[in-house]
Ligand binder design. Structure first.
Ligand code: FAD
Length: 476
């Protein structure tokens, strides 16, 4: 007689087998999604996923995940890859996320909490307090990840060039008070991570007035500079690194300028960057930005740290500044990575190896595999100029994340001596923490993003299903 777990697994299995009706992606989602494959290119994406062959590794990469995590991922992928199910579930979730009613607050309503916490919150968030965050972090490190990137999740939303909302209702109305509260939150976040971990920072989290200053292209206010110095010094004393998120274009010139100023003061004389700036490869200007930042850091004598992403704001940003097609964005991302790793940017000429730091944030299987493969080939020939780290969001792309971990284990088993040049990938998981209510906006974006990445999820789910069936066959 089949066990209940087997029954659940088979139901999930069957539902994932059914074909996805892509045409039914509704217009509402098209307008709100920030991460979907906008426009054509779907067939190309499928092709890329099919041809980006996995690394040959010594053990099933997913064998390291817990059975509960595999089941949760499979259940959620059923939800994300079935348009009707997603539409209904998402409408309810969005209503709860936007409602000010205490009845619809999942921290107060035990029924909502029982549904949202184990299935959605646990999949994507770090925890509600220090104990939960400590447990999540230990589990992630236990799987082989090099550490976590913890984010404190307040943010302002901007549409075109207008402020449209703040993710928490703040009674604070002075800029100094907003900045102090935000800085304290970031220091608390740093207190919850350990050596080798990261703090993820969004400047707009510092409040509506800071966001306005960014939009106006002003210099960073003294109180903000003081707060960031305090955060940087605290991170350095703990052996942590900081990345500054890239946001909409109307803010980004000032975000870059304020971050260069931080890098000038905190990245000089370092063997590893403390502060990383983010570059969005979907921008037509992405290559020039890389070249400019390489030149600036070299001229001024500080260490450059880059987080490379594709870019999250395509649906609500200046479209003309963004590559016309997904294929162009993919090419931009992949060629920037290749040229950095090979040291081909003009500003890298004459530069030694390991003089800049790079983290590749993203879930695109083909890009990640290409980057890891190239890094290991170049390292074997002592020609690798930049050693990339990898960053993924908690609850996403575990198939490719675990594949990199397995590659790392295999390299270390083959070449245990630390003196070898071998490239051992380091992978970090990025998480947001807070009460369920505080994380509802973040979770809403994760749901939209996962729905947008449903093609990739179908491929990933097949691997999860295989792993589950393998465990059922071996009695777990
Ligand atoms: C750890 C982490 C940190 C991140 N930090 C930031 C950040 O600071 N700032 C930020 O903006 N984003 C950030 N992102 C999100 C990131 O920019 C991408 O939106 C997301 O990762 C999806 O892209 P992908 O590389 O995983 O690949 P895919 O899912 O293959 O690519 C999707 C992306 O392709 C691009 N795209 C889609 N359709 C088109 C089209 N028609 N024309 C042109 N381009 C198109 C968009 O950038 C879209 O997001 C982060 C992501 C991760 C994992």
């Amino acid at each position: 007689m089949p066990s209940p777990i087997r029954n659940t697994a088979l139901k999930v299995h069957r539902s994932i087998e059914r074909p996805l009706s892509i045409k039914k992606v509704h217009s509402r989602l098209q307008s709100s999604t920030t991460h979907n494959i906008i426009g054509s290119g779907l067939e190309k994406e499928r092709q890329e996923l099919r041809t980006a062959k996995p690394e040959i590794v010594s053990a099933s990469p997913l064998a390291r995940l817990s059975t509960s995590s595999i089941l949760r991922t499979l259940l959620l992928s059923t939800f994300f890859t079935r348009p009707i199910l997603f539409r209904c579930g998402f409408a309810v979730f969005e209503k709860i996320a936007k409602s000010p009613s205490p009845w619809l607050n999942p921290d107060r309503n035990p029924l909502l909490r029982a549904a949202i916490y184990p299935l959605i919150y646990k999949q994507f968030c770090a925890g509600r307090n220090q104990t939960e965050i400590g447990q999540t972090s230990a589990e992630i490190r236990g799987l082989g990840f090099s550490g976590i990137v913890l984010c404190y999740g307040k943010e302002v939303q901007v549409q075109a060039d207008k402020l449209v909302g703040y993710s928490y209702s703040s009674p604070l109305n002075t800029m100094d008070a907003e900045i102090s509260q935000w800085a304290d939150g970031n220091i608390r976040t740093l207190d919850m991570v350990g050596e080798g971990d990261w703090l993820g920072i969004k400047f707009t989290g510092a409040g509506t007035k800071i966001t306005q200053a960014l939009m106006n292209g002003e210099d960073a206010p003294a109180k903000f500079v003081e707060a960031m110095d305090r955060i940087c010094e605290h991170a350095a004393s703990k052996g942590c690194r900081i990345w500054i998120d890239a946001e909409q274009q109307v803010l980004q010139a000032a975000i870059d300028a304020w971050t260069f100023d931080l890098m000038r003061r905190h990245n000089a004389q370092r063997k590893q960057a403390l502060v990383y700036n983010t570059i969005q490869a979907y921008l037509k200007s992405a290559r020039e930005k890389v070249q400019h930042q390489l030149e600036l850091s070299r001229r001024e004598g500080w260490r450059l740290g880059i987080k490379l992403v594709r870019g999250a704001y395509i649906a609500n940003d200046k479209r003309e500044r963004i590559h016309n097609t997904k294929a162009d964005t993919d090419a931009s991302y992949n060629t920037i990575v290749e040229d950095l790793l090979r040291g081909r940017f003009p500003a890298q000429v004459g530069q030694g190896a390991k003089e800049i730091d790079l983290i590749l944030a993203g879930h695109n299987t083909a890009s990640i595999r290409k980057a890891a493969r190239l890094a290991s080939e170049l390292a074997a020939q002592s020609r690798l100029k930049v050693r990339p780290d990898f960053g993924q969001l908690q609850g996403m792309a575990d198939d490719i994340g675990c594949e990199l971990l397995q590659v790392a284990d295999d390299v270390q088993a083959r070449e245990p001596s630390a003196s070898t040049q071998a490239f051992v990938p380091k992978v970090y998981k990025c998480l947001t923490w807070g009460s369920i209510q505080e994380c509802m906006q973040y979770l809403t974006r994760r749901l939209v993003e996962n729905r947008g990445a449903s093609e990739r999820m179908k491929v990933g789910a097949a691997e999860f299903r295989k792993e589950l069936l393998r465990r059922m066959g071996t009695g777990f």
